[in-house]
Design a protein around this ligand. Sequence first.
Ligand code: 4NP
Length: 155
Amino acid sequence: MVSALFVCLGNICRSPLAEAAFRDAAARAGLAAEADSAGTGNWHVGSPPDPRSQAVALAHGVDISDLRARQVSAEDFRRFDWILALDPQNLRDLRRIAPADGTARLLLLNDLVPGLEGEPVPDPYYGGEREFETVWAMVQAGAEGLVRAMRAEES
Ligand code: 4NP
């Protein structure tokens, strides 16, 4: 069983979609995996995903309404095999708070997508439906890239 944690700023827009995308990609690939998501910030702790994230997921057949936001913790760096940052600022923040005994592999989600290395999944919070569709498409590609990377490590 392999585990992955997806981290953005608020854990209400991007990372819940990444978590759902990865669950789906892993299931399709027959990969036994555990997934969760968290935010570097604590403003939205306990909240369900943003209604626009719920809507884009539902439009693609996925219900994420039962997810609840939480803040990333030191324990996450010991508990998860992989921690995927949605944008470079999230990655910097995660590096700053990573405990010395953390074992998780920490990287940018888009570093697993050929051609998008170093690029953010853009924060859609101040955007609209189009921005949320872009996030949806990007996290699908990221999830596929992560499944490929996990598979490559297995063999
Ligand atoms: P997320 O989006 O990091 O993708 O969940 C955001 C959610 C909330 C805020 C910013 C980004 N905020 O400033 O409250």
